[in-house]
Design a binder for this molecule. Structure first.
Ligand SMILES: *[C@@H]1O[C@H](CO)[C@@H](O)[C@H](O)[C@H]1NC(C)=O
Ligand SMILES: *[C@@H]1O[C@H](CO)[C@@H](O)[C@H](O)[C@H]1NC(C)=O
Length: 424
């Protein structure tokens, strides 16, 4: 799908939204609400200095070594000792200093376990992977607005997502190949899409007659939600300025520019490192970067959901900077095909460059009518997976799930205090 400014799609889809929303109200509310989970405590045990890394690795675009769905389900769940080893982590500072921190994990038994039942049929099954179903968010009015604005670009070529005012969640392979840090990770920077500093930013919304090509039968509400949100307002504001806006659009659709910020430190779980977790390294393909300066951009919270497939609206979304559309933000959504406790397998269209994007869903906040997006995974990339354990390989796009323990660990990296990380 070519670049389509979202505002063009807006009027076409308002009706669909209204119908979808009405239908949704009738359904069981609980199914659409973020559950509250007690998460384990991940605590620092000891930090020891290590020699500075070599920064000798080169990035690779194809990932391999995923054990697969059946294979994973046969593995014993890691012992507490193993888990503590996988969640121990390396920190690398801007000045090249490196440390190793061992952690303890407490309260694991109180954590909800994944049901492990993947035979449950998804109610919204849909096959993609044929035509390219990604959307280029070329209009700055959208790409610099939430939720798209939480997407960042890494100087190593990957994507990431803001999970605090100054922390970025990304994929571990974007900075480390399992043996060493990437050459580009030494002076790592993060790019945030810049809003044009032009006056009269009020011109938003719905000019333009729809050349918007959409796939038949795919007027589904999820993609519409992206337009809907935040832009009901925009639409009203923009009333009566249609002409002016239209003439401006060409300028606004220029390639976006980034504001680059240095990374102060990076954290990677040991589970990602070669020889630590064996077949499970893919489960630990995530990392957190702390920025030197907090960009003034809203971030997205993390969340945990035991099964995405069983959610009535079990569709995931992510946006990142795919290689084949240089410099532009690309958004997509799809349903999850398979899931394990630690991975989501799906056929969202994605190219290298989108690795590290935050995978999110939208549910209601407990006790409120308001919807809230939360990041439930990190997009890892394209992988060959042994699905049935019979050696037959199938390719999927894979995302690492935020489990309760990973939630606790990432939260600890972000807050530096595990007492702030007790409920997901
Ligand atoms: C590098 O930075 C870290 C964190 O700011 C600091 O603790 C460490 O002492 C520094 N090392 C050197 C050699 O400057
Ligand atoms: C898995 O889900 C299916 C369909 O919901 C159900 O029939 C089956 O009993 C479940 N199996 C287990 C082991 O929970």
């Amino acid at each position: 799908m070519g670049p389509i400014p979202l505002c063009v799609l807006l009027p076409v889809t308002v009706l669909v939204v209204m119908v979808a929303v009405a239908a949704e109200e009738k359904m069981v509310d609980d199914e659409y609400t973020w559950p509250q989970w007690k998460v384990p405590l991940v605590r620092k045990r000891r930090t020891v200095p290590l020699s500075s890394p070599q920064f000798s690795a080169h990035s690779q675009s194809e990932l391999s070594g995923t054990c697969g769905i059946k294979c994973q389900s046969r593995l014993p769940s890691p012992s507490l000792d193993d888990l503590e080893q996988f969640l121990s982590y390396e920190t690398v500072y801007e000045n090249g200093t490196r440390t190793y921190t061992s952690v303890s994990v407490q309260g694991l038994n109180e954590v909800p376990s994944w049901s492990g039942n993947t035979s449950a049929r998804s109610r919204h099954k849909r096959e993609v992977y044929g035509p390219d179903t990604r959307f280029t968010i070329s209009d700055k009015q959208f790409s610099t607005k939430y939720p798209f604005s939480t997407s960042v670009k890494l100087s190593t070529g990957c994507s990431g997502v803001l999970v605090s005012p100054k922390h970025v969640l990304t994929a571990a392979h974007c900075i480390h190949d399992g043996k060493d840090y990437l050459d580009g990770a030494q002076k790592l920077r993060v790019g945030i899409l810049k809003e044009k500093s032009r006056r009269g930013k009020g011109g938003k919304g719905r000019g333009g007659r729809g050349k918007a090509k959409r796939r038949k039968g795919d007027n589904n509400k999820d993609e519409v939600e992206e337009k809907e949100e935040g832009d009901g307002k925009a639409e009203r504001k923009g009333k009566g300025k249609g002409k002016k806006r239209r003439s401006r659009r060409s300028a606004e659709s220029e390639k976006p520019s980034f504001k680059w910020t240095r990374v102060k430190k990076t954290e990677i779980p040991k589970g990602w490192f070669k020889g630590v977790s064996d077949g499970l390294a893919a489960d630990y393909d995530y990392a957190v970067l702390e920025l030197k300066k907090a960009p003034k951009v809203k971030h997205m919270d993390l969340g945990f959901i035991p099964s995405v497939k069983k959610l009535p609206a079990g569709r995931i979304h992510f946006s990142g900077f795919d290689d084949d559309r240089p410099g532009t933000l690309v958004y997509r959504f799809c349903s999850v095909s398979e899931e394990s406790s630690d991975l989501l397998y799906q056929y969202c269209d994605a190219k290298p460059g989108s690795s590290g994007s935050g995978v999110y869903i939208r549910l209601k906040e407990p006790g409120k009518k308001k919807w809230k997006r939360k990041i439930i995974g990190v997009f890892s990339g394209h992988q060959w997976v042994d699905v049935n354990g019979d050696g037959m390989q199938q390719d999927y796009n894979v995302a690492v799930r935020i489990t309760p323990t990973k939630y606790a660990q990432i939260c600890y990296w972000v807050h530096g205090d595990s007492s702030e990380c007790q409920v997901a």
